[in-house]
Design a protein around this ligand. Structure first.
Ligand SMILES: [Fe+2]
Ligand SMILES: [Fe+2]
Length: 173
């Protein structure tokens, strides 16, 4: 059975993951509006990943006799000035999420909740990947600045990304 404090914190993190998904879906729609369908696809896959993240925490609460409480999801930004800004914003956002995960690990340690800590370690590693991927894209886009052909090439590459559900969700058990 999970403790109340940890349960409340994990419910807030479910909300944060769903907000991330909402934010990336909004960015995806923005890229559609400026005719960069590859970037739109990349952010759509990001949204699917964030939904999967919320499911990992959801399953953890269910498995431990906790109660899932879905909270209102804040409205994400809607407009960006150029193709680079959503990526810059995503990088900032992922750094914030990394800090949230760090706080949850600290709480799990305080509460001596080893099961929550173990589940959260998946997120600790995932955030390293998330920050690396998005900061890499920001850098690549800087190279393409002022070179439309470069942006279109990158768009084609990003259009090939497909969502793979994390093994932790498909392993069963
Ligand atoms: Fe996430
Ligand atoms: Fe993320």
């Amino acid at each position: 059975m999970i403790g109340k404090k940890m349960q409340d914190a994990l419910n807030r993190q479910i909300n944060a993951e769903l907000y991330s998904g909402y934010l990336y879906q909004s960015m995806s729609a923005y890229y559609q509006s400026i005719n960069l369908p590859g970037f739109a696809n990349w952010f759509w896959v990001q949204m699917q990943e964030e939904t999967a993240h919320s499911q990992i925490i959801y399953n953890h609460l269910v498995d431990r006799g906790g109660r899932v409480h879905l909270l209102p999801i804040e409205e994400p930004p809607f407009e960006w000035p150029d193709a680079r800004q959503p990526l810059e914003d995503s990088y900032q956002h992922e750094q914030k999420v990394t800090a949230m995960i760090g706080n949850l690990v600290n709480l799990a340690i305080e509460e001596r909740d080893h099961a929550a800590n173990s589940m959260l370690q998946w997120f600790v590693n995932e955030q390293v990947e998330e920050e690396k991927n998005v900061s890499g894209l920001v850098e690549q886009l800087k190279y393409a600045e002022g070179a439309p052909a470069g942006i279109l090439m990158l768009d084609r590459e990003l259009g090939a990304r497909v969502f793979t559900p994390p093994a932790i969700l498909t392993a069963g058990g």
